[in-house]
Write a protein that binds this ligand. Structure first.
Ligand code: GLC
Ligand code: MG
Length: 575
């Protein structure tokens, strides 16, 4: 693929869309975990050519943006989040030429592409770290080095900070005679953003990918970027029943969420904007990953990023009530800065799958919420077919977060269960690979839970997903309408989108396993006669059914979306 072809593809997309600074307003963002999506060469590991051959699927389900988890050169200690070269492709995943083919085809299909940017740390194998050990300028202070604390003549780490993956966040380096900080693995030394040369080097990496046509970045673990200048001890959390070296045993006041982080984001925002201005192209999307409080999350918006909204992961979970959902959603929407775009994360490669987090009968519920609420829906590959976690034995576990926690606690920390190969069909290794052995075993349920089967079935997660994305993308009520979250009864939540001149579109969710009968007509102020546009797979309610909303029966755990007859007919046209 020549550079010229790529340029034409980019220009064509720009021409069709026009230059825009909020093209992401109503998009569906689809996360691809490269190792597990599609293996093209039979080594049991997913790769770029594999992803490229499956881009039609991403287009088919109505996604607009593809986010690739890290594809950079890496020893894979944390499966790509430990980078030795920020500007090249890991041989397991392919080459830069494969990346060009991938992005060219994506753009041809009208898909945007964002990459994972991993700024907090590099791999221990990165040439910068090797230079840093040797104190070569300016690399000597590219990382966080501290002298040992000597207690009773014994060498100890400089303070009590813990690694997110268990144990001290400090590792002794014999050659330099100092400790270095690693908030994740020992293999992932933290970079030092108080050295301005480091940020220049990182911006070179960003530019490298911008020059190859990417539409933005997901920014990894950003709230770890800075630490307290005085290196004060983090306070104890006093949570009982967890080991002393477990990350949750401390409150991370001094090792995380420092104010300077927002300046760094603002700096990258400006860098992106200058780039867009220079080449007269669309703005770049920045998505910041930080599991933190609502107010500290919102501050990323003020700094110029779109901050991942993790509410469906934490604080909400399967024990939350309808009123917990209402309160949390309202609070988010009320705090979102004006003229900004919300986002709703359904799942990702670090969290149990949504179908496992909320239970199989509620597999579609969170996706339905993410699609009806205004803004970006963020979906993890496989959730569109209701994939579930696979249980791993201690012996099978390869995620170092699990390994470090030990045989008693690995199942709490390991992320292997949600990272298993994508289930394409019922052939060898679920159609993921021609190899019977894959880097993580496939789920035994692939024989029935797979894309090919769900395409054939009349009712499936795939069909539900397609109906939802069609509604989100094609219907003016979802694009421009107001939103209200209403508690209909103790266990039933309603969400209504309204637009003048249009019939409302509403979502009803039963949070209880028991059936409920509700008066949605009065409670939501919607017409008495409506049509089921789409409903959750296990609800036993067929799409197309006409309902009397004044006395509507909602089966246990059912989620149902209602629209008018003419809206439904209009949307069916797009299928
Ligand atoms: C982020 C990534 C996670 C990784 C960690 C360290 O949270 O999503 O997978 O292990 O950062 O880079
Ligand atoms: Mg850091």
């Amino acid at each position: 693929m020549s550079k010229l072809t790529l340029l034409f593809a980019v220009l064509a997309v720009t021409y069709v869309h026009g230059i825009s600074d909020n093209w992401w307003r109503d998009v569906i963002l689809y996360q691809v975990y490269p190792r597990s999506f599609k293996d093209s060469d039979g080594d049991g590991i997913g790769d770029l050519i594999g992803i490229t051959t499956k881009l039609e699927h991403i287009k088919d389900i109505g996604a607009d943006v593809v986010w690739l988890s890290p594809i950079y050169i890496s020893p894979q200690a944390d499966f790509g989040y430990d980078v030795t070269n920020f500007t090249d492709v890991n041989p397991e995943y392919g080459t830069l030429a494969d990346f060009t083919k991938f992005i060219t085809k994506a753009k041809y299909l009208g898909l945007r592409v964002i990459l994972d940017f991993v700024p907090n740390h590099s791999s221990l194998q990165h040439p910068w770290f090797k230079q840093s050990v040797k104190k070569v300028k300016p690399y000597d202070s590219f990382y966080i080095w501290r002298d040992a604390k000597i207690v009773n003549g014994v060498r100890e780490p400089p303070n009590n900070w813990l690694s997110a993956f268990t144990g001290s966040a400090w590792e002794w380096n014999e050659e330099r005679g100092q400790y270095f900080l690693h908030q994740f693995l020992v293999d992932q030394p933290d970079l030092n953003y108080r050295n301005p040369f480091l940020n220049l080097a990182m911006k070179d990496a960003l530019k490298f990918w911008l020059d190859r046509g990417v539409d933005g970045f997901r920014i990894d673990a950003i709230n770890f970027a800075f630490e307290d200048k005085l290196f004060r001890d983090d306070p104890n959390s006093n949570i009982s029943g967890i080991p002393k070296d477990d990350y949750d045993s401390l409150i991370h006041t001094y090792s995380r969420d420092q104010n300077e982080t927002y300046g760094l984001i603002a700096n990258w925002r400006k860098f992106m904007d200058n780039y867009s201005k220079k080449y007269k192209i669309d703005s770049k999307l920045l998505l910041s990953e930080a599991y933190t409080t609502l107010s500290l999350t919102i501050k990323y918006y003020d700094a110029g990023a779109n901050a991942f909204n993790f509410m469906f992961i934490t604080p909400l979970n399967k024990t939350s009530s309808a009123s917990d959902f209402k309160r949390t959603i309202d609070e988010w929407l009320n705090n979102l800065p004006k003229h900004n775009v919300s986002n709703w994360v359904v799942g990702n490669h670090d969290q149990p799958r949504v179908a496992s987090r909320y239970g199989v009968r509620r597999a579609d519920m969170i996706t339905m919420l993410a699609m009806i609420l205004p803004g970006i829906a963020v979906v993890y590959n496989g959730d569109e077919i209701g994939m579930t976690n696979r249980n791993f034995t201690w012996e099978e576990t390869v995620d170092i977060a699990g390994c470090n926690a030990g045989p008693e606690r690995y199942h709490i920390k390991s992320r292997d269960p949600e990272r298993i190969p994508f289930q394409w069909d019922n052939t060898t290794s679920a159609g993921f690979s021609t190899n019977k052995t894959t880097w993580l075993p496939v789920h035994e349920n692939y024989i029935t839970v797979n894309l090919a089967a769900q395409k054939e079935a009349k009712i499936s997660h795939y069909q539900v997903f397609k109906a939802l994305s069609t509604l989100k993308k094609k219907h003016p009520v979802l694009r421009n309408g107001t939103e209200e979250v209403i508690l209909i009864s103790e266990h039933v939540l309603g969400v209504v989108r309204r637009l003048e001149g249009s019939s409302p579109v509403s979502l009803l969710i039963n949070f209880s396993e028991r059936d409920a009968v509700i008066d949605a007509e009065t409670n939501l102020n919607i017409p008495r006669e409506l049509i089921v546009y789409v409903s959750s797979v296990d609800s036993n309610i067929d799409a197309g059914t006409q309902v009397d909303t004044s006395a509507m029966k909602l089966p246990g755990y059912a989620s149902v979306m209602l629209a008018s007859q003419s809206q439904v007919s209009e949307l069916l046209y797009y299928f």
